[in-house]
Design a protein around this ligand. Structure first.
Ligand code: UD1
Ligand code: UDP
Length: 368
């Protein structure tokens, strides 16, 4: 049985790496890995950490690429590879443009598609943009759906997806997180090494969503800057996404304060250890909303909505929106009100038990 996995960005790579490793080690599966390299450096960081060598690399990334460019280059790049390899199934992950374009190229080749992290929805076409429609369209191409949670399964059923093709597996991000945080680690990054995690309260920040580029991001960073200026026992650590548009806004609003550290994207090992040692996380990332509950870390999500309400219900995640005053107020509360902080500071595992990969491999063997 031949399974071809295709991914292109950092989060897809983190969440698919444990699955690809398991398939590589399985004598019953011929596992092929194709990366689109929609991200280059941030993808390579993950490939290095998990010691994965792709069989194919489309190497499509361009500075300031548009969604159309990514879509066209992925579809064109995959055409010959799919024709040559004729896999029994192509596996894609989540909701990036690599995900949707790969599913479409596989469908045009009449190759079955398995969708890992299926069924997340906000029901707002433009938020997150373009991820909501990417995952809806991928879901309607896919033949097998690996849903992290019961809620995700129900979302798919509502859209008419056949229940016999939906499996609740948990999210593979927990498999990756437990693997990486289970190993002893000491920071190598000079900024992280020098940070006083005991004496100071460290706030880890990430921000990159397309719908936040511009005004929203200015509000988010404005709030963070005010907190940094007001609290001298706070250290802000922000590994800035390589998107030049993000870097411009971050540099403009956040640089120049002694307690704000704008650093390069971290590999997954230091980043997950940074999360584990932080007091609070402020982010618009999807994956971090899944990881933080497992680590018992309070998260303020700087978005208007979330497709991951399980973490909000578990109490570890709160939606802070994209208005400066609200974000500032919510950060301040968590810094000044111990009861409010305590309410959010507990570990929960709504996204899985670390065995999603085993389940997916077993299902693939049954179904292919
Ligand atoms: C992409 C995904 C988003 C996902 C995010 C994870 C789409 C449309 N967006 O958004 O769903 O949440 O990845 O991070 O699929 N860049 C580099 N080096 C890198 C990575 C990015 O230089 O390793 C720069 C390039 O100039 C690139 C830009 O960042 O053009 C934007 O990258 P892109 O993949 O288009 O969008 P993201 O915002 O990263
Ligand atoms: N992450 C990382 N290094 C960083 C920032 C994030 O390894 O400097 C990890 C994070 O733990 C999570 C994933 O990257 O697993 C999230 O990726 P990103 O925010 O790029 O995408 P999203 O989750 O929003 O799709």
């Amino acid at each position: 049985m031949k399974v071809m996995t295709v991914f292109g960005t950092r989060p897809e790579a983190i969440k698919m790496a444990p699955l690809v490793k398991a398939m590589n080690a399985d004598p019953e599966i011929e596992s092929i890995l194709c990366v689109t390299a929609q991200h280059r450096e941030m993808l390579d960081q993950v490939l290095d950490l998990f010691e994965l060598t792709p069989d194919y690399d489309l190497n499509i990334m361009k500075p300031n690429q548009t969604i159309n460019m990514i879509t066209a280059n992925v579809i064109m790049g995959l055409e010959e590879i799919l024709k040559k390899e004729q896999p029994d199934m192509v596996l894609v992950h989540g909701d990036t443009t690599t995900t949707f374009a790969t599913a479409l190229a596989a469908f045009y080749n009449q190759t079955k598609v398995g969708h890992v992290e299926a069924g997340l929805r906000t029901y707002d076409k433009y938020s997150p943009y373009p991820e909501e429609m990417n995952r809806v369209m991928t879901g309607h191409i896919a033949d097998l759906h690996f849903a992290p949670t019961e809620r995700n399964r129900r979302n798919l059923l509502k859209e008419g997806i056949d229940e016999k093709n939906i499996y609740i597996t948990g999210n593979t991000v927990i498999d990756a997180l437990l693997d990486v945080t289970g190993k002893p680690y000491e920071f190598e990054d000079e900024t992280l090494k020098a940070l006083d995690f005991e004496g100071k309260r460290v706030i880890a920040v990430t921000c990159h969503r397309r719908e936040n580029l511009g005004e929203n991001m200015e509000h988010i960073f404005g709030a963070i800057r005010r907190i940094a200026d007001e609290f001298d026992d706070v250290e802000i650590v922000y590994p800035v996404h390589l998107n030049p548009k993000v870097r411009e806004i971050a540099g403009r609003i956040l640089s120049g304060a002694d307690n704000v550290h704008l650093i390069e994207p971290l590999t997954y090992q230091p980043f997950s250890n940074l999360m584990a040692k932080s007091y609070l996380i402020v982010t618009d990332s999807g994956g971090i909303q899944e990881e933080a509950p497992a680590l018992g870390k309070p998260v303020l999500v700087v978005r208007k909505e979330t497709e991951r309400p399980e973490a909000v219900e578990a109490g570890t995640v709160k939606l802070a929106g994209v208005e400066e005053e609200t974000i500032y107020g919510m950060m301040k509360t968590l810094l000044t009100d111990p009861a409010a902080y305590k309410e959010m500071e507990h570990a929960a595992n709504p996204y899985g038990d670390g065995h999603a990969v085993e389940r997916i491999v077993k299902i693939l063997k049954e179904r292919l």
